[in-house]
Design a protein around this ligand. Sequence first.
Ligand code: PMP
Length: 427
Amino acid sequence: MKKTSQELFDAAVKVLPGGVNSPVRAFRAVNLAPRFIQRADGAHIYDVEGNEYLDYVCSWGPMILGHNHPVIREAVERAVVDGLSFGAPTAREVEIAQRMVELVPNIEMVRMVNSGTEAVMSAIRLARGATGRDKIIKFEGCYHGHSDCLLVGAGSSALAGGHPTSAGVPQDVVRHTLTAQFNDLASVETLLQANENQVACVIVEPVAANMGVVGPKPGFLAGLRTLCDQYGALLIFDEVITGFRLGLGGAQAYFGVKADIVTFGKIIGGGMPVGAYCASRALMEEVAPCGPVYQAGTLSGNPVAMAAGLAQLRYLKEHPEVYTHIDALATRLAEGMRKAAAETGAPVTVNQIGSLLAPFFTPDAVSTFVDAKGSDVGKYARYFANMLEQGIYLAPAQFEAMFLSNAHTKEDVDRTIEAVRASLAAL
Ligand code: PMP
């Protein structure tokens, strides 16, 4: 007999910490047992009991075309036939890098890695190596993966789990990490002034998507650019969420601001484990084997992962209408959720940028990390449980985004709005 989610979870907690391989999946922030997923197709995922859910997690972003897209699946199937890993260069690595260089502004070279964490960790090393400076500035509530120097005031499940600054990271390592406030240029300038000629880089999620979704105020990203130029620091856009989602050119194109180093993650793997960091030729040639900044990876540029990523990027390039569709759906959903909140009298604020959105359980506008933390996470948990009951699969924590995919339809969105209305009324 097939095991249920509860049976699998009971077995899982005995052999996996919290029963999972990544904390947010454990549903702890919402006090439930996770659903074990059997398969996914289009905008839907199915648990081992066969329950169908409309999915707004989309594997945390990469499934922009929906799950199990035939073009990507077939590319993977073809690649697998040739072998799983060679540890030697392949043609696909060249093509995916060429495409990225063509589509993303201001980058000339790409280094592939296996996750967003690795991409950002390596980008920080590059910034430090290239500038000869040690300090970095990040923003409280922004998440950049789990490398030591970035687990300070982190967002996402580090925040939801109550450990925005991780144990096990030596003070000596994080004394070089300075923390500023998102959407507050003065907080950045103060740090740059106080640490003149010591700051290697400012790293930012151009849309903060690991504290819910918080967009940059007009002028914030451009202001970071100006400050970085003024103080000789490099500007890193962590586009693990925004890359190829806000559009083919990512946040640089969307907001018209140039970054020095850009990091990408899961979305360029089409669901396979991939990340990348990219910059000008001058910067990237600091990286081994050209330069002294060492970074390597046995599985980097893995042929199967490259096949999936390449198929997805090709599809996106050939079908720019994907972006029109997902952005319009997100706007419809955000407006519908706001209306449902107004009609039920629920104090909810919905932020939306492109195909990213998040509700906050507060009546006030949310444009800073402090505002985001003002959300009533207990209410979010009840809302989450109620939505799950209605067959809608959301991020199981407040400090995450909702993602739309090209497989979502207007009907899906309208059904979701009705579920939100029912859920808010029940709160
Ligand atoms: N940067 C950002 C902005 C992220 O959202 C994430 C994870 N969602 C990461 C880095 C880390 O990526 P990964 O989980 O692939 O290591």
